[in-house]
Design a protein around this ligand. Structure first.
Ligand code: NAD
Length: 286
């Protein structure tokens, strides 16, 4: 059988960004601004880099990006006050809070305080609840990205057997819920699952979001499976250099898969594009 087609997440994300840019332009034409406010508490280097990339991504599509940088010793109550203020400001159309938060704060308390209609990362539990009920919602960006990559293959989801590897609140579970909404047959697995390879071998689509390098090998799938790799793992490449890999043994699995998303260049760029799309959708509804 021929090698699997590598899903080009960067190219797909670029198309989404073009559409977002056009939508932002149209909103501006009717005197509506699109503004994303991000809160970053403490100076986590990874979060700072992500914020810098976000600022650039927003600028490229014509959105205003406001970063609120707070000291690491800020009280939880002060962050909640800031969120409450942003929730009521009409000019602010999207809000997100960078992770990780300092230990004196509870991430769930903070995320639940973001107004449902401005929660562009889809982290307020009410938003995923709305997905379960089939209502309009702002859906977690990585889960949306996974759906976009799956849909780009043209596969029919009704009747497809999908195995999700990993069931976290922010990735695995929302992906499973979206797939159920699309009327796929979904099995959600976690680190307690018995004989997981036996489940993935019978799947039409495997989505891996476990954060374990080389978790999915060629023996774990059947010929023709669609494989979406959400994992982002930093490992030594054997020559003392750090590289980023996913959960899937890419080279081996590509030989058997019909489609496979790479890491980097698969789910990651699409996740950023989904944040922009959620932000413009929040502004359109405001
Ligand atoms: P998490 O640690 O919160 O959850 C991991 C899940 O995987 C848990 O449900 C756990 O039970 C399960 N798991 C662990 N080992 C397993 C195994 N052997 N078999 C089956 N299930 C297993 O992680 P997370 O926040 O969901 O992130 C998962 C991965 O996705 C990480 O590598 C993370 O960096 C990456 N990620 C990528 C993006 C992106 O935009 N591409 C976004 C978020 C997270």
């Amino acid at each position: 059988m021929a090698e699997g087609i590598v899903i080009d997440g960067k190219a797909l994300a670029s198309k989404v960004r073009d559409q977002v840019r056009a939508d932002v332009e149209a909103l501006k034409g009717s005197n509506h601004q699109v503004r994303l406010d991000a809160i970053l508490v403490g100076g986590d280097q990874g979060a700072l880099l992500y914020a810098k990339n976000q600022a650039r991504a927003c600028e490229k599509v014509g959105m205003t990006y406001c970063l609120h940088e707070l000291n690491g010793d800020t009280r939880e109550a002060d962050v909640l006050d800031l969120i409450a203020q942003l929730n009521t400001e009409d000019a602010v159309t999207g809000i997100m809070v960078h992770m990780p938060l300092p230990s004196q704060m509870n991430a769930e308390t903070i995320q639940s305080a973001i107004a449902v209609n401005k929660d562009v990362e889809g982290v307020n539990p009410a938003n995923i609840g709305n997905v379960v009920f089939g209502r309009r919602s702002l859906v977690p960006c990585t889960a949306l990205a996974v759906m976009e990559l799956i849909e780009s293959t043209g596969v029919k989801l009704e009747g497809a057997n999908v195995v999700c590897v990993g069931a976290s609140r922010i990735v695995g579970k929302p992906v499973a819920v979206l797939l159920m909404q699309a009327e796929a047959t979904v099995i959600s697995t976690n680190h307690h699952t018995k004989d997981r390879p036996n489940l993935t071998r019978h799947a039409d689509i495997v989505v891996s979001a476990a954060g374990v390098p080389n978790l999915i090998g060629a023996d774990d799938i059947s010929e023709g499976t669609i494989v979406i790799d959400v994992g982002i793992n930093r490992i030594e490449n054997g020559e003392g250099k750090k590289i980023t890999v996913g959960d899937v043994d890419f080279d081996a699995v590509k030989e058997k898969a019909s489609y496979i998303s790479p890491v980097p260049g698969g789910v990651g760029p699409m996740t950023v594009a989904m944040l922009l799309r959620n932000t413009v959708q929040a502004a359109e509804r405001a």
